[in-house]
Write a new protein. Sequence first.
Length: 192
Amino acid sequence: MPTKNSINTEIKAFLKRSLPREKYLHVLRVSKTAAGLARRHRLPEKKAKLAGLLHDAGKNMKAAEVAPLLRYISYSDEEKNIPALWHAKAGEEVARRVFKVKDPSVLKAIRNHVTGSPQMDGLSKAVFLADKIEPGRSYKGVAELRAISREDLDAAMVLALANNFTYIARKGKKLHPLSVKVLESFVKKCSS
């Protein structure tokens, strides 16, 4: 039976082969940052580390690699028109089918790391935020987001989602309708 360390080694080898160098280094930093947020907020650190490591496992996959996974993935009409979202569900299936990850909270964190979800648990929030605040990120407001993430995951989600809306609008890209619902749900949580 494979050990956790051998599985992590296999995952890292897969990611190193399939991702450009900077994206590979990004997933390592997200994994470490997610584990740190989990420790800080008393969440399962090993699960955060694993979800952080696999969050971008569906990126840069060739059509031949994705094809066997497509029968397990369904995309809404909105998602079909926003290619930047596709890797989250593909990554969830890579975790489930290639690396035999069975933990629903880890799979959910991978699936939710792009748009979020109104029902996000602490682990999903930690991975979502780690993707935004890992040490390689440098953008206006990231220092504030890092500070808030250490204190309050819900408040950090509000700021991260608002920042994301601004970024998407500035780039002239499409916003997934779910993202608006996610922001509304976190604003409501923080104001009650």
